[in-house]
Every structure is written in structure tokens, then in C-alpha cells.
Design a protein around this ligand. Sequence first.
Ligand SMILES: NC(=O)c1ccc[n+]([C@@H]2O[C@H](COP(=O)([O-])OP(=O)(O)OC[C@H]3O[C@@H](n4cnc5c(N)ncnc54)[C@H](OP(=O)(O)O)[C@@H]3O)[C@@H](O)[C@H]2O)c1
Length: 240
Amino acid sequence: MKTYIVTGATGGIGEATTLQLAKEGHTVLALGRNAEKGTVLEQEGQGNIHFFQVDLAKPPEIQQFFDDTATDFPTIDGIFNNAGTFGKPVAPERVTDAQQEVFQVNYHAPEQIIQLAVKRLSKGASIVNNSAIVGHVKFPAMLLPYASSKSALITLTKTYAARFHGKYRFNAICPGPVDTALSHSLYGGKDKFDLAMKHHLRGNAAQPAEIAEVVCFLLSDKASYINGQSLVVDGGYTLT
Ligand SMILES: NC(=O)c1ccc[n+]([C@@H]2O[C@H](COP(=O)([O-])OP(=O)(O)OC[C@H]3O[C@@H](n4cnc5c(N)ncnc54)[C@H](OP(=O)(O)O)[C@@H]3O)[C@@H](O)[C@H]2O)c1
């Protein structure tokens, strides 16, 4: 059984992945801000899930998490850098320093987590970074900081994969629309999101568990020959 770090474990894709890993018998260090949800997760995990309240917008809290877990969890077998934020939608020509938090959470936090984890990674450890279908479709202009940070995450993924020559694997996933709170917020509520998804190739968005399946596979040794990839997981969405 392995020990994994999952960020954004308190909702959507991260929650589904955390629960699946725990069900498979792995230990999950589950990060999020919502402590109430963290308590529920720990109960559902029946001893396999350990929640840590960490705001990824605050680098010292990430450092603190690694300090706090060094003795009890000295070895890390994989990381799902999943947490992400759209930030406040703004026209590209109006982007200011106020949008820096988007890059902090979506790019710099995964970068810091990888840097701090490297000395604790087991041989063959797998890192999966949650990007998006940036580069494959036109992204809403009001989400430029989000799209740029997710593109940068793919570059980080490939750079790390090349650097470590397979000692550790680094892959990114690029999900199409998924039925989560984050997507609902973009479309103005779940009803509007579901309606918009009628135009999806298959008529509806992914459920978080469908993405979790792919992440758990990439984290596992079954995916030992997949390295440095950015894998589109979109039910054919980008075909249309
Ligand atoms: N949904 C989609 O259609 C879609 C498509 C492509 C990619 N993605 C990516 O998938 C990832 C997960 O999103 P989701 O759709 O599952 O959304 P979600 O259900 O809203 O979950 C987002 C998670 O990110 C965490 N988070 C956000 N800001 C944080 C911060 N500052 N510090 C710590 N945790 C933070 C949230 O934690 P708290 O609630 O505890 O604050 C929550 O657990 C994101 O990176 C997103 O970009 C989603």
C-alpha cells in the first residue's frame, strides 16, 4: 500500500480521487481549506485519510504541512496536484497583480509541493498535475490567468519528467468539463451548466469519479511506461 498527497481533496475531482485511493487501501494526506469537509473525509476514509488544512495561496502553510508530516509520513509514493481556482474573471487587458493568487494556487503551489516532496519520494513515485484542455480549445478570454497557469503546469510536468529520467514519473491530465462546483460557478449554477453540456459530444459532462479513475491509474505502477504526458480526458469534447 502506498502513501499519496492529494490537494483540493475537499471537493469534486480531488475528493473522488481521495476516496478511491483510500478504498484501494492507500494512505492519503488530503489537503484543503474546508476543515468541516476534511472531518467528513477522514470519517469516510476509515483510517486511510488524514486531512490537513492548508491554504495553497500561502506558501508558509505548504512548508508547514511538509514539516508536520516528515516524521509520520517520511515516504511519499505519489502526488495529485489537483486544487485550482479560476480567480475573478477579468478581461485580459485588465489583468493586474490582483490575479496573482490564480498563478499561486494553480502553478506555484504544485511547484513548491514537488520541490519539498522530492527528497521524500520513493523510487518510481508518480506525480499527476491537474491541468485543463488549454491549448486544445478556445478558452474564455476572461479566464486568461487560469488558462496561462494551467499551460505552465504542463510545461512544469514535462520539464520534471525530462529531469528525472523515469526515477519519478510526472504526467498532467487535461479534463474536459466535469460536474463540480467549480464548473457550476463558471456557468452560473448547476442547471445552466447541465443545459450547456447538452452540446457536449456525449451530451453530458464527466462525473468526478470518471476523472479519479484515470488519476488513480496514472498514480499506480500499472502506468509505469507513461511519463511526461499531458493526457486529455474529455469524452470527446475537444472533437467538436
Ligand atoms: N471541473 C472542471 O470542469 C475542470 C476541468 C478541467 C480541469 N479542472 C481542474 O480540476 C481541479 C479541481 O477542480 P474541481 O472541478 O474538482 O473543483 P471543486 O470541486 O471546486 O474543487 C476545487 C478544490 O480546490 C481547492 N482549493 C481551491 N483553492 C484553494 C486554495 N487556495 N488552497 C487550498 N485548496 C484550494 C478547494 O478546496 P476548499 O473547498 O477546501 O477551499 C477544492 O477542494 C482544478 O485544478 C480545476 O482547474 C476542472
